[in-house]
Design a protein around this ligand. Structure first.
Ligand code: NAI
Length: 247
């Protein structure tokens, strides 16, 4: 079966890596929905770009850390597009600070968006995946979750947690035609890395064997593959797309 009739949903699809993943899934899917936190202008712009690719597209504002909001947003998408075949958990935030000075609120907030958010969306599709007997779940983790990173106790914990979630759901759904994988990007050129100061950024690039930042397209190409029919025997995998940072 090709992906021609499939529906994809990408969280945090309004900009950065999520936007590029949504656009690349649009090359093979019939319908693409994005969830976004607040920037309606960016979400509307992504919807226009998706429609140019001849897919049906919609954007729903939804804070993924809020379970009830996620269930309501998924109902809205499913009412319009039917069941979701491909779920990409990309929404993520950082609130960096050395552990000593990190507040409990900032620790909890990052876990709530990056990890609980993915749990909420997976639950919102789980039953449908069982019924469909086919599905793709892709979680966007980070090399921080594999290596740790000073100042990112909250973020690295959330991204390491996503790997545990990936492997667990992969095992639960392996014999139901549903694959569940994670991508760990390295440093990618987006608003997130744009917020880093020059010195931190040049140190970061120096740690990349390929001596450059990655692009959202680098991640989107790997994502499109893991969500494709061709990747049907890959599940529970954690794929680094990081220019060789973690090996
Ligand atoms: P970004 O900051 O450019 O975009 C983040 C997206 O997440 C936006 O669309 C935003 O609307 C959405 N979002 C944030 N909080 C949300 C919430 N509570 N509910 C729903 N949506 C929410 O980030 P970027 O760089 O595109 O990152 C995307 C993913 O890739 C994140 O999970 C991030 O942790 C991960 N990543 C990024 C790296 C980088 O170097 N840029 C490196 C490794 C991982």
């Amino acid at each position: 079966m090709s992906l021609e009739q499939k529906t994809a949903l990408v969280t945090g699809g309004s900009r950065g890596i999520g936007r590029e993943i949504a656009l690349s899934l649009a090359d093979n899917c019939a319908q693409v929905a994005i969830l976004y936190a607040g920037r309606k202008d960016a979400a509307d712009e992504t919807v226009r770009e998706l429609e140019k690719k001849n897919v049906k597209a919609m954007a729903v504002q939804c804070d993924v850390s809020d379970d009830a909001a996620v269930q309501a947003a998924f109902k809205q998408v499913k009412d319009a597009f039917g069941p979701i075949d491909i779920l990409v958990n990309n929404a993520g935030i950082t609130k960096d600070m050395l552990t000593l000075r990190m507040s409990a609120e900032d620790f909890a907030k990052v876990i709530a968006v990056n990890l609980n958010g993915a749990f909420h969306t997976i639950k919102a599709c789980y039953r449908d995946f069982l019924k469909l007997g086919w599905g793709r779940i892709l979680n966007i983790s980070s090399v921080s979750g594999l290596m740790g990173n000073p100042g990112q106790a909250n973020y690295a914990s959330s991204k390491a947690g996503l790997i545990g979630l990936t492997k667990t759901v992969a095992r639960e759904l392996a014999n139901r035609g549903v694959t569940v994988n994670a991508i760990c990007p390295g440093f990618i050129e987006t608003d997130m890395t744009g917020a880093m100061n020059e010195e931190v950024l040049s140190k970061a690039v120096a740690a990349v064997p390929m001596s450059r930042l990655g692009t959202p397209k680098d991640i989107a190409k790997a994502a499109a593959f893991l969500c494709s029919e061709d990747a049907g025997y890959i599940t529970g995998a954690v794929l680094q797309v990081d220019g060789g940072m973690y090996m």
